[in-house]
Design a protein around this ligand. Structure first.
Ligand code: HEC
Ligand code: HEC
Ligand code: HEC
Ligand code: HEC
Ligand code: HEC
Ligand code: HEC
Length: 204
């Protein structure tokens, strides 16, 4: 199966080209949910899932129900949850729950498609190193944010769930104009990691 990491390669241009992560981060990876599923499990198609789960409408209109998404992998629900035949026969034997996986495995599921562009330096970044996964911040079925499918209503609120000291600092008399909404965390930091040279914590 062709893995889509390469799709983003062309888009990734200037900033950090030439660093060692280039080779590894962009190389194709095995499909992790498929690897975790029972060995004899096969893809059954999203229509089967809908017999028991009303999740289709949660994806309607989002990137993960688009033509582009289908063209990349073509397994619908099972692109993320893995092949479902065993689960369909006996739901309790194999749950298909991503939350049951390790943080690395959760992220690898998403990185099958999102290993370029802004997610290029995820591996080795501080959030990855501290045990966060894509699922820590993102909620693909019922996001609270208008952009980026986050658990919280905005990027900044998402960051504040852990970085409370930064919220406190934003109320000081001299502060970056974050509270007023003119700039946000992402204007200076990439939560998906970067190299020190390119500045996860930008040089003061
Ligand atoms: C015959 C009915 C049935 C079908 C078909 C089915 N499921 Fe399930 N699914 C269940 C049941 C029942 C559970 C709860 C199992 C448990 O609690 O251990 C479940 C649990 C899940 C969970 C974990 C839910 C949670 O609350 O943590 C996921 C994810 C899931 N199914 C995805 C799928 C996908 C994807 C498909 C299609 C490939 C699918 N299911 C097809 C009945 C079904
Ligand atoms: C882009 C990846 C992706 C796709 C596509 C996807 N899911 Fe999920 N799904 C997740 C993630 C991430 C979670 C939350 C973590 C977990 O599984 O424990 C989740 C959770 C669930 C749950 C648990 C209930 C809940 O609200 O958390 C069910 C059931 C489920 N998905 C079924 C489906 C079905 C059915 C489809 C197809 C219509 C589908 N998923 C498509 C990623 C995906
Ligand atoms: C089969 C490929 C595939 C998988 C697996 C996948 N995605 Fe995506 N995702 C896409 C595509 C395609 C887009 C649309 C990108 C675009 O148009 O630039 C997208 C878009 C997104 C967006 C942006 C949505 C928006 O509205 O701005 C987020 C956030 C995202 N994905 C998170 C995840 C997470 C988290 C996972 C793992 C649970 C995941 N994706 C798994 C293909 C995938
Ligand atoms: C610490 C929180 C955090 C973690 C962890 C995280 N993200 Fe994000 N992600 C964000 C925020 C914030 C945005 C920007 C949302 C916005 O547009 O306001 C974003 C945006 C995105 C987008 C849409 C923009 C783009 O790059 O096309 C994708 C796709 C995405 N994340 C995928 C992932 C994947 C895959 C992982 C795991 C490897 C991940 N994220 C881990 C916070 C996080
Ligand atoms: C689930 C908790 C969690 C969330 C949510 C989170 N972070 Fe972090 N972040 C951490 C941890 C843990 C560290 C490592 C802190 C340390 O080592 O002192 C860290 C480190 C950082 C650093 C580097 C600090 C340094 O000392 O180099 C930056 C910058 C950062 N986060 C930005 C963000 C941004 C921006 C967001 C929101 C998009 C965010 N974080 C969301 C847990 C989180
Ligand atoms: C105008 C650019 C800018 C914006 C916007 C910004 N930061 Fe920072 N941030 C920096 C710089 C520069 C540093 C390094 C400061 C230092 O080391 O003294 C830093 C340091 C940090 C650190 C590590 C040090 C600490 O205070 O814990 C974290 C975590 C962090 N920022 C999170 C955030 C979050 C969360 C937001 C959004 C609410 C945000 N930043 C918005 C520029 C910015």
């Amino acid at each position: 199966m062709s893995r889509p990491g390469w799709i983003w390669m062309g888009v990734w241009t200037s900033l950090c080209v030439g660093l060692p992560a280039l080779a590894t981060a962009a190389s194709p990876s095995a499909s992790v949910p498929a690897d975790l599923a029972p060995a004899d499990a096969v893809y059954v198609g999203s229509a089967e899932c809908s017999d028991c789960h009303e999740m289709e409408e949660t994806l309607a209109g989002t990137a993960h129900a688009s033509m582009f998404f289908e063209e990349i992998e073509g397994h619908g629900c099972e692109s993320c949850h893995g092949p479902g035949s065993t689960h369909v026969e006996d739901p309790e034997a194999y749950s298909m729950r991503l939350a049951d996986m390790s943080p690395e495995e959760q992220s690898a599921t998403c990185q099958g498609c999102h290993s370029g562009r802004e997610q290029f330096f995820w591996e080795g970044g501080i959030h990855e190193a501290r045990g966060l996964s894509c699922l820590t911040c993102h909620n693909v079925h019922s996001p609270a944010s208008l952009e980026g499918q986050l658990h919280e209503a905005s990027a900044k609120e998402q960051c504040y769930t852990c970085h409370q000291n930064v919220r406190a600092e934003s109320w000081k008399r001299s502060h970056h104009p974050i509270r007023e909404g003119r700039i946000s965390c992402g204007d200076c930091h990439n939560p998906h990691g970067s190299t020190t040279d390119c500045g996860e914590t930008p040089a003061p």
